[in-house]
Design a protein around this ligand. Structure first.
Ligand code: ADP
Ligand code: MG
Length: 423
């Protein structure tokens, strides 16, 4: 018996309405007008999972779903923030008193950015002593959905704090010029946000998410080499060749802070140590390496890392050669499929909800499908002919209904714009 199921689509955000909303909420919360609204996109990683912290390459693109921050300058050194996603939890801290370990929960991401700006930002990013701000946050990136709401929060906060501080500093850095002009400054801001996430929020992630949110460009994927964080814009226009990326938010919850990310990272570091290489990206012969490790778990982790790096290189080469059509499309689909299987079997970061979504999408005609992001829930992507997207979504929804699971949400991966001021 086949079950009928309807696919639940997340509405595409209307940016003007979102800006008006976050302004109004600011006024409701604090009783005066904000100075501006900044926002940063969630990202979708096409390929190259769990290798950013190992110096591998990855290939993110910005989504149209963003985190919006309305902000106003205050001149008393105090940072106050509230988020519509965390109702009733307004937080306040004196910026120069912020220390790792002192704060808890979501506010560590926000206060962490201010702290990291002062720790390592350099003269043009450090916040003057008297600088303080009121922030009101609203996100259209699903929180904990594998699409990087954490980086969207950090990056929108970083841009807001930087620009809000202009009236109290001598020179105003131009992070908000077009991203192409300000890429070097944005690369430094991304590093600040990475430090905030690692040291304040305690999530030991690499730099993929923050770099994507700040340095991606609309209509392009970002070929990011995590050895030195150098990035190259690769044209990525699926609609021109009749394709779409279907994003499936399983709505199964994961938390990267629960130790899984850290334990994978530790496995990789241990493998590199045993193999006598700086990082697993330096492994040349996989068979030799897995034999030398003499440990099934470490061999499997290494197999994922080395093969994922090769897949990502191959995918970037495909995009450089031309549009995803014919053989190129078939190869791209196979690379996505292999990535998922490797994350499931060798890296063990998938889960039943992700596997079912991926299998159902493939069976319904997707060219390829894989989990994306940190796994343990979160989202999967499927490369699908545009005319088949509804059918594939229904097939995934039906597979969930058959198992009695909460329906997944489907998200349109139209190109998004990079982080910036939006008003
Ligand atoms: P992902 O980045 O994949 O969405 P993470 O677990 O990395 O998932 O980050 C989610 C965490 O980031 C949340 O638990 C919360 O602490 C914080 N966060 C993200 N967006 C918001 C928001 N709009 N308001 C408050 N906190 C947020
Ligand atoms: Mg995150």
């Amino acid at each position: 018996m086949s079950m009928t199921a309807t696919a639940q689509w997340a509405a595409l955000p209307d940016h003007s309405a979102e800006i008006a909303r976050v302004r109004e909420e600011f006024i409701t919360a604090y009783g005066y007008e904000p100075d501006g609204v900044w926002s940063a996109p969630g990202r979708l990683n096409l390929l190259g999972e769990y290798i950013d912290f190992l110096g591998g390459s990855c290939l993110p693109m910005p989504l149209p779903y963003r985190t919006y921050v309305a902000g106003a300058l205050r001149r008393d050194g105090v940072l106050r923030a509230s988020s519509l996603q965390m109702p009733g939890d307004e937080r306040t801290v004196v910026i120069r008193d912020i220390q790792p370990g002192h704060l808890k929960g979501w506010f560590t991401y926000v206060a962490g950015v201010a702290w990291a700006m002062n720790q390592e930002g350099g003269r043009d990013i450090m916040l003057p002593d008297e600088f303080g701000a009121d922030l009101l946050i609203n996100s259209r990136v699903p929180v904990g959905g594998g699409l990087s709401s954490s980086a969207a929060l950090e990056c929108s906060t970083a841009l807001a704090l930087l620009e809000l501080s202009c009236p109290v500093r001598d020179e105003c850095p131009e992070a908000d010029a077009t991203p192409a002009d300000s890429d070097a400054l944005r690369a430094r801001l991304a590093q600040v946000c990475i430090t905030a996430e690692n040291k304040m929020a305690g999530a030991h992630t690499g730099g993929l998410d923050q770099t994507a949110s700040l340095r991606c460009r609309q209509g392009h994927a970002l070929a990011l080499d995590c050895r030195d964080m150098s990035a190259r814009q690769v044209p990525f226009d699926l609609s021109a060749v009749g394709l779409e990326l279907l994003v499936i938010d399983t709505r199964a919850k994961h938390s990267l802070a629960d130790g899984q990310y850290g334990s994978r990272r530790a496995d990789c570091e241990e493998s590199a140590r045993i193999l006598g290489v700086g990082q697993l990206v330096d492994v040349e012969d996989l068979d030799e390496a897995t034999a030398a490790l003499g440990n099934e778990r470490l061999a499997a982790r290494t197999r994922h890392v080395v093969s994922e790096i090769a897949r990502t290189r191959a995918f970037i080469e495909l995009l450089d050669e031309g549009p995803l059509e014919g053989v190129r499309l078939a190869v791209a689909g196979a690379l996505l499929n292999d990535s998922h299987d490797s994350l499931r079997d060798d890296y063990e970061v998938s889960c039943e909800e992700l596997d079912v979504a991926v299998e159902a999408a493939r069976a319904a005609g997707a060219h390829g499908a894989r989990m994306t992001g940190g796994g343990f829930g979160g989202s999967a992507i499927a490369l699908v002919d545009a005319h088949a997207v509804e059918g594939v979504a229904r097939a995934v929804a039906a597979a969930y209904a058959e198992r009695g699971w909460e329906p997944p949400h489907f998200i349109r991966s139209l190109p998004g714009a990079p982080a910036g001021r939006l008003d």
